[in-house]
Design a protein around this ligand. Structure first.
Ligand SMILES: [Zn+2]
Length: 255
């Protein structure tokens, strides 16, 4: 297997790949509780694993993951009050994305992909990209491009039907649920303890957010739906669908 992680390359080998014009994938995650049954780093490990495989397939590179993300929101991540969840202000996420992109551009990278693993990051990634593109334009660099994606958007209906058997609760309440737990069981089984999964119905919320949050809205487990139906087999399917779909999308988008 070719080495794809930028951090594992010596600089001349890195510069050589950059000269070839290869895309650089940047996983963007968070440190966030994912229930009593799972480690707090799936939002980093999952986009990293997907990025590694996509980079192998499309001759790309992978930058070190951004390991912290925007504050966990109650209706998508359980809430930022939960123990262990360690988040950045939106401005910090935005400026981190902007700074990393501008550094890659300085090296000569022109195609970048932000592979998001934490829903709450989305708008701040977009803002970081916008600021980077604007500032690069001021420097006369107009051929720098960026794709922003969240890996779960590549899971097709056929896979959803296979995994959820008609009981799909929606991605919004998948936090710590079947999707992430299955992927972790396939990729990092040592970081999951299925005996600790709490069985509860998907969380329900009113159609608004309330601040300061009402902790009682979040299920006690910290998960927004139960992972009891998760399996390594589902994880393998999800991984292959995402790697295939993202690889195809990048080939088309960058051509
Ligand atoms: Zn997550």
């Amino acid at each position: 297997m070719r080495r794809v992680h930028i951090g594992e390359l010596a600089w001349p080998a890195y510069v050589e790949k950059v000269r070839q014009g290869v895309p650089v994938l940047i996983p963007v995650g968070s440190l966030e509780q994912h229930g009593p049954h799972m480690s707090m780093n799936p939002d980093v490990l999952l986009p990293t694993a997907i990025s590694e495989r996509v980079a192998q397939n499309i001759d790309g590179l992978v930058a070190p993951a951004i390991a912290y993300g925007y504050k966990s929101q109650q209706k998508s991540g359980g809430g930022n009050h939960m123990p262990g969840t360690t988040s950045l202000d939106g401005l910090t996420v935005t400026q981190t994305i902007r700074d990393v992109l501008k550094e890659l551009a300085r090296h000569g990278v022109r195609k970048t992909v932000l592979v998001n693993g934490h829903y709450e990051n989305s708008a701040f990634i977009a803002e970081g990209v916008d600021l980077a593109l604007r500032e690069l334009r001021w420097d006369g660099i107009r051929d720098f491009s960026c794709i922003i994606l969240s890996y779960w958007d590549f899971i097709d209906q056929a896979s959803i039907d296979t995994i959820y058997q008609g009981d799909f609760p929606g991605w919004a309440v998948e936090h710590g649920g079947v999707l992430e737990t299955s992927l972790m069981l396939h990729l990092h089984p040592d970081l999951v303890d299925m005996s600790q999964v709490r069985n509860h119905p998907p969380a329900t919320f009113p159609p608004y957010d309330f601040f300061p949050i009402k902790p009682e809205w979040t299920p006690e487990s910290g998960c927004l739906s139960s992972a009891s139906r998760a399996s390594a087999e589902h994880g393998k399917l999800i991984l292959s669908v995402c790697v295939q779909g993202i690889g195809d999308a990048l080939r088309t988008a960058f051509d």
